[in-house]
Design a protein around this ligand. Structure first.
Ligand code: SAM
Length: 243
């Protein structure tokens, strides 16, 4: 029986997706407000930086994997314009529902698809840009998901992976208190769900650090992988190309 991590728990691989689904179905409605509170608004800056580093051009095709409530998709849409296309995708119907409604409310016409990053329903060599923000660490087989994201990129296309990462050593203690005390407390107060936010803290701790993720991406066949640390390594953006 193959095993994997769900936060600090070791679980059967076939159960992880279900457990992750439970977390995101539970937090979907409060997801955006919690993001602003937990990051003190910083996630907006991290995502803006991601878009700038992706450098979308009018007419390009963008795939946002694990796109949730559509922060990236909404920001990409005006950058690629009417000739371009932005797909919002996620495995979770509750998160995707919030994202789809938000795009409609903002007058953005973007295709939406519920799908697993490990089995993307798109042809080879199709997208100019693929992004995944705070999604990879929830995936059961991160290696398979990276191979899939590479597959759907056209040669010369770029992949952007935005994720929590390894914080600068002098800040580790303070970050630990923040993650394991403040996050579950906030989760309880705002979303009535401490457990999901405990999972969030644990999953961040279990996620590969900057160098390990870079190596995973290279192993998946991606090239010229660069790492941009933000907020002292609280998050890192990895950019890579398919050639
Ligand atoms: N990208 C959005 C953002 O940055 O705000 C949402 C990030 S949220 C923390 C993580 C998302 O990953 C959830 O919406 C969850 O449903 C999605 N997810 C988890 N496993 C997935 C998988 N195997 N395939 C696609 N999406 C997945």
């Amino acid at each position: 029986m193959a095993e994997t991590h769900f936060g600090f728990e070791t679980v059967d691989e076939k159960d992880k997706a279900q457990r992750v689904a439970g977390v995101f179905s539970s937090v979907a409605r409060k997801y955006d407000v919690m993001n602003d509170l937990m990051s003190m608004g910083l996630h907006r800056f991290w995502k803006k930086f991601t878009i700038d580093i992706a450098a979308p051009r009018p007419g390009e095709r963008v795939l946002d994997v694990a796109g949730g409530t559509a922060d990236l998709a909404a920001a990409f849409a005006p950058r690629v314009g009417a000739q371009g296309q932005v797909w919002l995708t996620d495995i979770n119907n509750a998160m995707l529902g919030v994202g789809r409604d938000r795009l409609l409310d903002e007058g953005i016409l973007a295709p939406v698809a519920q799908c697993d990053a490990e089995k993307l329903p798109f042809p080879d060599n199709h997208f100019d840009i693929v992004t995944v923000a705070f999604g990879l660490r929830n995936m059961t087989h991160k290696d398979r998901a990276l191979v899939e994201m590479r597959r759907v990129l056209r040669p010369g296309g770029r992949l952007l992976v935005l994720e929590f990462s390894k914080v600068w050593k002098p800040l580790e203690k303070a970050y630990e208190v923040y993650s394991f005390k403040l996050l579950p407390w906030l989760g309880q107060k705002i979303a009535g769900d401490a457990e999901s936010y405990r999972y969030l803290a644990e999953s961040i701790r279990m996620h590969p650090d900057q160098a390990a993720l870079k190596a995973m991406m290279e192993h998946a066949g991606l090239e010229r992988v660069e790492v941009f640390n933000m907020t002292a390594g609280v998050v890192a953006l990895h950019r890579a190309y398919k050639f």
